[in-house]
Write a protein that binds this ligand. Structure first.
Ligand code: 26Q
Length: 813
């Protein structure tokens, strides 16, 4: 692509902003406040991105390039202005323009609502990957849903989580481009008719139809003019549908009709990991998958006018099983709508799709009742049965007469109510399947997908997750970024692997000092945020101990709380000992229906109430819970963390990505031998990370040996004291039994995630953390070595691997 002079590049930015204030926003430039300025800045950025986009699209169309399509129910994008300005190299000019309006750029940027179209790790990964695809110049599209309401906003009332809707589009968004004219019909329900005449395709007599309308977001690449596209679908009632009711004056009925269709893209299901199993969720999955596949086929047809080369031109990636129905839908579109023979269509489908798994936990694997699928997608159920039939013929040929292996591999789980196994559909319909860390990928082929791996060993690979250094280092931590530039040059900004040149600087006392000063400034900033959001004063000189992620039993926030309570009790027992001052920081949302997770949030608040107000503690321990964890809040937290808590039961966290963001910003990890922690350890070195606790095989062995938490507690007075304090109401004096349930789940409920088994090892690791903290130079040295070791955890590295090994795609300049 040629470099065009652009109307909004540096000198013209200020002018563009004045122009948009007056002509687009409709405000006198002198009277614009931060929200108006935000709107005008966004318009200026949008204009330049649009120019790059149009140029790139034209070039890709002209060259009929091979493209990748990333299908994901979630894209947890956060804010876009800062990222857009950075991609255009306009941050300096933008800051100057902001100053001319007597504002800071931060004030202006902070008025932008987060696009919170995701739950957590999986959704944020999709956003980081789009950034990587654009930056590597891959011809690429993300496809998802334009939820009217994103992830709920978390409020805290009297220590309890309350959920409020997230109307992120209420004031409109400057970032979307409605694609008038790009829309596809998506059909549901009804029955299938099979014609008598041979060769005629089956006829799906659907019961309902909704229109999927395209809304695009430009995804800027960094250090390139290339951009990527995120296309989100909104559900709309077909124009004619409500006319009858409307014309007869029955507006209530007309509205009801409309809602029945449009509710599909209303709200994101706030459940991570445990499938909701609701009909509306299945409709959402099919809605966006079908619209996306129709869109892909339309683009392909326009450029090629044939489908026999589809797999040469198109790679479609399934982000978990949520778009799994796409395997059946592509077969339906090719066979029923475009007259392709079944065998040819199947060969194409298998070459087009690839699939990433994000969880090992069997209860989190998505399945849908056959009866529900029959009701919502009757033709797809037929197609799935036929795929399954052909597949089981292969299984029979491979392991003749082995009924057990047939039952285990079948796309249909027949053990109770018959259910479609979406992961099996993905595996059978894809040419590559990957896990998201070395351990996770290894466990996949040795446990949940072992039979498939025996059948198709080459299908299974690992691609370890990564995060975008643009948002998570350059934008979130400009202080550290400048320090890195000074030490090792700016090459790391284009190639994160170059961070390894930082290692020698860990030995430089002057550099360590400057590193600590940057960290301290970031901590002061976070301390102000904590004061605003939690009304708790915390000391920026204390150790900032951070656990931020969805609240989940397997992630073991409760283990962190148990240790915090143990520390509190120890401080009271030995008030004059040399305690390292700590601020224990939590943030994260609990699924609305997840009672235990909500109880953990309540306990954290109760412990904070008591500890933070106990004068005997003398500020050596503070416990805070930052409400409404989001991408934007994470951008304030990551740069300010000293200690990163990654303490899931070994074998449960597929990868983790917060662990990468924190280490990249110079936090030391205290963590289990789990997910990507293992690879972080390999890259930063055993001496620069605090790994503790049972490893995956030991977890299995402990459970197999008949783990008895009660026994353990009887023999351990420290744990006993902690549990008794919590259970007896030491932190909930107004309702002493409030936290009994949590304690009972450990003592009597089997402690499934082995908190008590790991407690002593965890506490010992925490003591080693304290010891190191007492030597600030030694701490700084290790923190710097963590940054130096994180080059491999860039989303660019992950995307490079996908492009090479899965999508067979090359970047363009
Ligand atoms: C499925 C069906 C119905 C309703 C909801 C869902 C659903 C939604 C979200 C299931 C799972 C999720 C999200 C899972 C997730 O975020 N997994 C995380 O993915 C990260 C990126 O690979 C990993 O780093 C984390 O380890 C993993 O937990």
């Amino acid at each position: 692509m040629t470099h065009q002079p652009s109307p909004t590049l540096p000198a013209a930015l200020a002018k563009a902003i004045e122009h948009h204030l007056l002509h687009t926003v409709g405000v006198a430039p002198g009277e614009a406040g931060p929200p108006e300025l935000m709107a005008a800045f966004a318009q200026a950025v949008r204009a330049e991105l649009s120019r790059r986009w149009v140029a790139g699209e034209a070039a890709d169309r002209r060259d009929r390039v091979r493209r990748v399509y990333y299908l994901s129910m979630e894209f947890l994008i956060g804010r876009s202005l800062g990222n857009g300005l950075q991609a255009l190299g306009l941050q300096g000019e933008a800051a100057t323009s902001a100053a001319e309006h007597a504002r800071t750029l931060e004030d202006i940027e902070s008025t932008e609502p987060d696009a919170g179209l995701g739950n957590g790790g999986l959704g944020r990964l999709a956003a980081c990957f789009l950034d990587g695809m654009a930056t590597l110049g891959l011809p690429s599209y993300g496809y998802g849903i334009r939820y009217e309401f994103g992830m709920f906003a978390q409020g805290i009332q009297a220590g309890r989580q309350v959920e409020r809707p997230d109307p992120w589009l209420a004031d409109g968004t400057p970032w979307e481009f409605p694609r008038i004219g790009v829309h596809h019909p998506v059909r549901f329900g009804g029955w299938v008719e099979h014609s008598e005449s041979p060769g005629a395709p089956p006829l799906w007599r659907h019961a309902a139809e909704v229109d999927a309308k395209a809304f695009d977001h430009v995804v800027p690449g960094h250090g390139t003019e290339r951009v990527s596209t995120l296309r989100l679908w909104k559900a709309a009632a077909p124009a004619q549908i409500d006319l009858t009711a409307f014309n007869s004056g029955d507006y209530a009925r007309a509205a009801e009709f409309k809602n029945q269709f449009e509710n599909i893209s209303w709200v994101l299901y706030p459940n991570d990991s445990t499938p909701a199993g609701r009909e509306l969720r299945l409709r959402q999955e099919y809605f966006f998958t079908s619209a996306s596949l129709q869109d892909i086929l339309a683009r392909h047809w326009l450029e090629h006018g044939r489908f026999d080369n589809l797999a040469d031109q198109v790679a479609i990636h399934l982000n978990d099983t949520h778009p799994a129905i796409g395997v059946a839908e592509l077969m339906r579109l090719l066979v029923d709508e475009h007259g392709v023979a079944w065998a040819d269509a199947w060969a194409t489908t298998r070459r087009v799709f690839s699939y990433t798994n994000h969880t090992l936990m069997p209860e989190a694997l998505e399945t849908w009742p056959v009866a529900l699928m029959q009701h919502v997608l009757p033709r797809h159920l037929e197609i799935i049965f036929r795929i399954n039939h052909d597949f089981l013929v292969l299984v029979e040929a491979t392991w003749p007469g082995d009924g057990d292996v047939q039952r285990r591999l079948s796309l249909i789980d027949e053990s109770g109510e018959r259910r479609v196994r979406m992961a099996h559909l993905c595996i059978v319909g894809s040419h590559k399947v990957n896990g998201v860390s070395a351990l996770h990928s290894d466990l996949l082929v040795r446990t949940v997908f072992a039979d498939f791996a025996r059948l198709w060993p080459d299908r299974f690979i690992n691609v370890t997750n990564g995060v975008t250094p643009r948002r998570w280092l350059m934008q979130a931590n400009p202080g550290l970024s400048t320090l890195l530039d000074d030490a090792i040059g700016t090459g790391w900004r284009r190639d994160l692997a170059k961070l390894d040149a930082l290692a020698p600087w860990a030995e430089d006392a002057d550099f360590r000092q400057r590193f600590l000063e940057v960290k301290r400034a970031n901590k002061r900033h976070l301390a102000r945020t904590i004061d605003t959001l939690c009304h708790v004063a915390v000391d920026p000189a204390s150790l900032f101990d951070v656990q931020v992620k969805r609240i989940h039993e397997y992630k073991r926030q409760l283990l962190n709380v148990l240790h915090t309570v143990a520390r509190y009790r120890a401080i009271l027992a030995e008030p004059d000992a040399d305690w390292v001052p700590r601020t224990v920081i939590f943030a994260g949302k609990a699924a609305s229906s997840y009672h235990t997770a909500k109880q953990v949030i309540r306990l954290i608040h109760d412990v904070g109430q008591v500890v933070n107000h106990d004068v005997r503690v003398r500020d050596r321990l503070k416990v805070v819970f930052l409400p409404n964890y989001s991408v934007s809040l994470a951008e304030a937290i990551m740069p300010a963390a000293d200690l990163s808590e990654q303490i899931s039961t070994a074998g449960t966290e597929a990868s983790g990505t917060g662990n990468m963001k924190l280490a990249l910003n110079g936090a030391l990890t205290i963590g289990t031998d789990d997910g990507a922690n293992i690879e972080i350890r390999q890259h930063v070195g055993d001496d620069n990370i605090f790994i503790f606790g049972l490893r995956t095989p030991e977890v299995a062995a402990t459970r197999a040996a008949g783990y008895q938490p009660l026994r353990l507690v009887e023999a351990n007075p420290r744990v006993r004291g902690v549990l008794e304090a919590i259970a007896s109401g030491a932190f909930s004096p107004d309702e002493p039994a409030r936290h009994r349930g949590l304690v009972d789940s450990l003592l009597w409920g089997g402690d499934h995630y082995l908190l008590l088994a790991d407690f002593e090892a965890y506490a010992a690791a925490q003591s080693r953390v304290d010891d190191l903290w007492r030597d600030p130079q030694a701490w700084a040295r290790k923190a710097i070595l963590n940054v130096a070791g994180m080059g491999a955890f860039s989303a660019d590295r992950s995307i490079g691997e996908y492009a090479r090994e899965v999508w067979h795609l090359e970047g363009r300049r």
